[in-house]
Design a protein around this ligand. Structure first.
Ligand SMILES: *Cc1c(COP(=O)(O)O)cnc(C)c1O
Length: 387
């Protein structure tokens, strides 16, 4: 059994993939070929934003967005410690400071009430209001923006996050690396804040065959800034560098592959809903585990189907039992970011974000992809229920 079955998908679209790749080899425009612009156009339409800029990865999409806002030393960027390291890493790379905010235990996404306390703690220079990085005096930090993450494909609480951001003059970046294809109150993920960043890493809901990503925004200036920064800060002329940028382009070949995948994507989203619903039905009576909740007005795209065991021991027992049946599992994420060595310089301590720490000990993900068969889901559920 596969954790994510990319081969089953490839078999369905093999002819289109081959044709699209062949076309790129024929025209030879490997950098910024016509497929790149076509992909931008199609995905902007899908998401409903005025602009989209593709780039080399989800990580670079986040970096480009932060650079477009001019983020640098002294800036506090609020985000969750229960995410892939890229979300916070890009903040540090620019010399700004990640300020972590604990998650909601039901959604695994940033808790907006905690977010409000973290902003107050910095503004009032008072660590008793909320845990802050020790490495910097709060007075040397200026609240600048928020990176909200749509973890496992479920959009964060944007009504509250955007309102809070507006009250405090902060920008909001949607880390939609896992949520392309999800919905929040009828609106597509990637359109839920000023700028959104997604990833086309192969295992994401819409993946290519290498690295890739995209930024989405309605803001003309932001879009233009991202576009320039993506190509070495290029101005109007190739060797006129208006600002410092990076080499963050998407390969034409990857765009060509994504164009073949987009055609079946809406169907795949429906299949993902069915697979998730089937898991919920099969697992709801298993005692001791918690399956993902459904939330009014939100539709996850199920990048992962993650469940909570009772405790760490129970989780290893379940994973072991599944492994004996050749069923792969994974842990996203075993260690919250504030406890990672890379962020030890921030001076956070165990106990600062108890919900994230508790979930990190209990969570694990089971196979999830559009082509998972019911008989396999039944074996998985039976193994979990009887362990
Ligand atoms: C995958 C991921 C990223 C980074 O995307 P890459 O394309 O791998 O660089 C960023 N944030 C989250 C939440 C992710 O899951």
């Amino acid at each position: 059994m596969q954790f994510i079955d990319l081969k089953a998908q490839q078999n369905l679209i093999k002819d289109n993939i081959d044709t699209n790749i062949r076309q790129v080899l024929d025209h030879g425009q490997y950098i910024m070929g016509p497929e790149v612009g076509e992909l931008e156009h199609r995905l902007a339409q899908y998401v409903g934003t005025g602009h989209s800029v593709d780039c080399s990865s989800g990580t670079d999409a986040l970096l480009l967005a932060l650079m477009a806002y001019g983020v640098g030393p002294g800036d506090a960027i609020f985000t969750t410690p229960f995410t892939f390291i890229a979300t916070a890493e890009v903040i540090s790379v620019l010399g700004a400071t990640p300020v972590f905010v604990d998650i909601d235990s039901q959604t695994f996404n940033i808790d907006s009430e905690h977010l409000s306390r973290a902003v107050s703690a910095i503004n009032k220079n008072d660590r008793s209001i909320y845990p802050l990085p020790l490495a910097h005096s709060p007075t040397s930090l200026t609240p600048k923006g928020i990176i909200a993450v749509d973890l496992f494909g479920l959009p964060a609480d944007y009504d509250r996050i955007n309102a809070l951001a507006q009250d405090h003059g902060l920008f909001v970046i949607e880390d939609a690396a896992q949520s392309f294809g999800a919905l929040y109150k009828g609106k597509p993920a990637c359109s839920l804040s000023q700028i959104a960043c997604t990833s086309f890493f192969p295992a994401k809901p819409l993946g290519c065959y290498g690295d890739g990503g995209m930024c989405f925004t309605d803001d003309d200036d932001l879009s233009e800034a991202v576009r320039y920064i993506r190509v070495h800060g290029k101005g109007t002329h190739k060797y006129d560098n208006a600002r410092v940028g990076i080499n963050g382009r998407l390969d034409t070949l990857q765009a060509a592959i994504l164009l073949a995948k987009i055609d079946i994507f809406p169907e795949e989203i429906e299949l993902r809903q069915k697979v998730a619903q089937c898991y919920n039905d099969l697992l709801s009576s298993s005692s001791g585990i918690r399956v993902p909740q459904s939330f009014n007005g939100k539709q996850s795209v199920w990048a992962q189907y993650s469940i909570l065991a009772w405790d760490e021991n129970h989780r290893s027992n379940l994973q072991q039992a599944l492994k004996e049946q050749n069923i792969p599992t994974a842990i996203y994420y075993p260690k919250p970011l504030h406890l990672q060595t890379a962020f030890s310089y921030l001076g956070y301590e165990p106990g600062d974000f108890p919900v994230s720490e508790n979930c990190a000990q209990r969570i694990f993900s089971i196979p999830m992809h559009p082509y998972l068969e019911i008989k396999d889901q039944e074996i998985i559920a039976k193994t979990i229920s009887s362990s």
